[in-house]
Design a protein around this ligand. Sequence first.
Ligand code: XMP
Length: 519
Amino acid sequence: MRAAIAVLDFGSQYAQLIARRVRELQVYCELFPCDAPADTVQAIQPAGYILSGGPASIYADGAPQVPGYVLESELPVLGICYGMQALTHALGGVVAPSQQREYGMAWVQATVENPLLPPRTYPVWMSHGDRIDRLPPGFTALAASPNSPLAAMGDPARGYYGVQFHPEVRHTPGGSEILRRFVVDVCSIEPDWTPESIITRSVARIRRQVGKASVLAAVSGGVDSSVATALVHRAVGDQLCAVFVDTGLLRQGEGVQVEEAFRAHLGAPLQVVDAAEDFFAALAGVTEPEAKRRIVGERFIRTFEAHAHTLGEVRYLVQGTIYPDVVESRAPERAKAERIKTHHNVGGLPEQMDFELVEPLRYLFKDEVRAVGEALGLPEALVWRQPFPGPGLAVRCLGEVTPERVRRLRMADDIFTSELQAAGLLGKRAVASDSPGIAQAFAALLPVRSVGVMGDQRTYQEAVALRAVTSEDFMTADWARLPQDLLAQVANRIVNEVDGVNRVVFDLTSKPPATIEWE
Ligand code: XMP
């Protein structure tokens, strides 16, 4: 039975959001460029199509059009903003530049009974220049806003709908319900995309892919590599060998936590390779951030390789690639984007090694990865941990990376994050709540010394910077307004408990112009 939705991306900044909202309705959905080959899109056997918004004007040269296979399929279609205009144009209606552009909040009044927008007034988010001037044959006007007399349209007999506003954004409070009506009622999809069903399907897919061969997993301690490894373990049991490289650059208790999670909760063996000495030796005397990133990335590969060779013949490597990585790497303009930092993660491995990849999270969003992790029995502390850069504490220890300085940094970081956790500002509750909680919080050790006084003695010691940000996607971020009493408590504890630190500062910059990490 057809149970998926294909979202065609016409260049909207919200296209990924549409896919996420549909997945939140427990319906599988994938995002495709609007010019993707028909058979690629049809391979998921969609039960309906959603056409996203986009920046073009439908009559402009080269403006993307509704692909022929969409209309030939005779499946339901929902056009959003530009998607509605493209649908109108394709089916013989008229689109015109609006006298007045319409951005931001608006009220639309739905006027007739229909499956998508029952008659009432809806607060919605608008963001468009052009608008529909004449409906295509067979369509009825469903709703109007002061500036868009045809703010929604429908042809229920064919299951064709269009909305000028954006149901996928949070600023359209009833938006998810509108999408639900399209996906469940109009496309007749039975929602079944739950963590349990994701696990069942993934397990079957992994077994099909690897058969009886051995599989290797590099666990980094992050959510994605842990969940990917746990899924593969569920699928192939002892055929999996999971390796965790302790770089000496991990957060407080991280190594033990990951090892325990695998041993105790999953019954999966995890081999821990202690390579801290190697990493510190390779980093000795290095202060330049990009050089640190390169060295850690390279060391990681070499350590992993050396270990993998002791394991006999291994054909497959588990990788925690998640859906936003896949979607973003498809966008051609990304390749042209300026490199701000060299991101290192286990993703660097396959180029140098002869493995086929097993990527069980390739079609999952982060929140789905977390839900699957919990359903697999991984502990909350692991599943809800905040992001951590591949090069670890090396890029939070500004200046030279020595065991002593990393020890200092680790203690300060632990004090800060555990105080936030105790205040309910970090972890599952904070991440899962709708309010924009703290997305990331950590300490950085600065390579400056300043004068202080402790017990009537002069001190000349290093400073710690506290960084806490709110962010939806980590592309932009704002500094988090933390309670002053909490900051006072953290600063006080750090200077009292961490040898070698006599000053604490709080980072007040947003991203841009700063980045989240300091290096
Ligand atoms: P920046 O500092 O660029 O960080 O604003 C954005 C997000 O990416 C994380 N980050 C990394 N993640 N490998 C990773 O997997 C890396 O090398 C890396 N560097 C930064 C950072 O923690 C933040 O969440």
